[in-house]
Design a protein around this ligand. Structure first.
Ligand code: IMP
Ligand code: MG
Length: 174
């Protein structure tokens, strides 16, 4: 059994502040056409990020990327649906995900995108668990460096629960 930590690891206010900063950082250093967001985990982060950039020329596409069968361990096999490589051709693309853990999801996804004829691709994640990395992958933009803990909320789940919370919490075994 698991329960939420007594206090959030990252408060709603800290998230809002950092996401706005990140929007300025990304928007000020990378001119792009399309935000490609990985559902479901990145849904809340993506909406806050694009709203903070507020650029009428930014288009948005969602794909579904899943590697977690259930629980806390990745199945290691990535399933991607809704990816249309044709519509990315000749575009500058910002790939957005919730968290870099082993790095397998982003590494595999970026590998698939190499076939698309994208003009320039950069990656942005809300959180990075550097300690957990098993593949050689670094995101161009990172919101928060976090310790090796399982986190939920602000889009992230444990067996599909906790996603709608506005803060990031750690899960504790009880
Ligand atoms: P990776 O492929 O191991 O880097 O894991 C990436 C995916 O696993 C993320 O997009 C999340 O959906 C999920 N994930 C990794 N760590 C956590 C966590 O601490 N909480 C919730 N989901 C996580
Ligand atoms: Mg995910």
């Amino acid at each position: 059994m698991y329960k939420m930590s007594a206090k959030p690891m990252i408060s709603a206010q800290q998230l809002q502040t950092r996401v706005k900063e990140l929007a300025t950082e990304v928007g000020g250093s990378f001119e792009f056409d399309i935000v490609l967001s990985a559902l479901t985990g990145a849904f809340m982060f993506t909406t806050d990020l694009v709203r903070a950039m507020a650029n009428p020329k930014h288009q948005i596409k969602f794909i579904k990327a899943s590697s977690y069968g259930s629980g806390m361990e990745s199945s290691g096999k990535l399933k991607v649906s809704g990816l249309d490589l044709q519509e990315l051709k000749g575009k500058r693309v910002l790939v957005v995900d919730d968290i870099l853990d082993t790095g397998n999801t982003m590494f595999t996804l970026v590998g698939m995108l190499k076939e698309a004829g994208i003009t320039e691709l950069r990656t942005c994640v809300l959180m990075n668990k550097e300690e957990r990395r098993t593949v050689d992958f670094h995101a161009d933009y990172v919101g928060f460096e976090i310790a090796n803990e399982f986190v939920v909320g602000y889009g992230l789940d444990f067996n599909e629960d906790y996603r709608t919370l506005p803060e990031v919490w750690t899960l504790i075994e009880v």
